[in-house]
Unconditional design. Sequence first.
Length: 280
Amino acid sequence: MAPRPNSVAKNTSHDEETIVDRLQREIEELPNALARIAKYILENPEKVLRQSVAELGEFSGSGEASVVRLCRQVGFSGFRDFKLALAADLGRSGVPALASADPDSALQALHASMAQSLDKAYGRIDPKTLDAVAEKLSVARRIDLYGAGMSGLITEMLAYRLLRAGLTVQLFRDANMAHELANGLGPDCVAVAFSVSGLTVDTLHFVKAAAAAGASTVAITNRARSPLGEAAQYTLQTARAHDGAIGGTLSTVTGQIFVIESLMLSLGRAMATQKPPLHK
């Protein structure tokens, strides 16, 4: 069956919106089940081309009906036509620009991607939220950090910066261990969770367990309107969900590092205004 008349499959120009463009643009507004599928597709486009509708539903943590619903959401009658359009997108995506034989073009494309990530993160920074989180961190008895996968690498950067500031920090990459130790948290503690999509189940469980223990909770994510963003007391948005090339590149980390350093600036001000402890 051919796509409906408004389908993005008919696009032949780089200036027209592709299926990947549309997924990147709409993921922020999609229901969570559909957002999980869109996230998986954007991160694993080549795998999706080899998967059945049942496999995509299983690997994305959603159902077959949700896969079909997403296909129709972006203008296709079914999963088969969706995959044909996705295959066409991969053939003309922005990825070849970074793999260009022309070194100057490749460097320019990489610079533009990293600069764009930085600009978007800067545009989404809320100074009041930064200061509120910094104030909590500055007086915390204990700070627990959690991130999985690539988010775990960024979490390590924040842990290093907080430790250098003299704060008590625990870094978790294992969800079970983080959950087991959550009972040591309390109202004078802070839990910070990293998740680009805001949909990672283990990260969401970490925040909910910390909140149940009475700790202040912070989400650092690209998707503020997500289960993680809604569960956390404070949300710092690094960029719009899935800004960047198909499959993602390390260039998107630029925006996340900017948020970390912005938080450290606020933390420095908060710690500088604190009164020194009284010694008997």
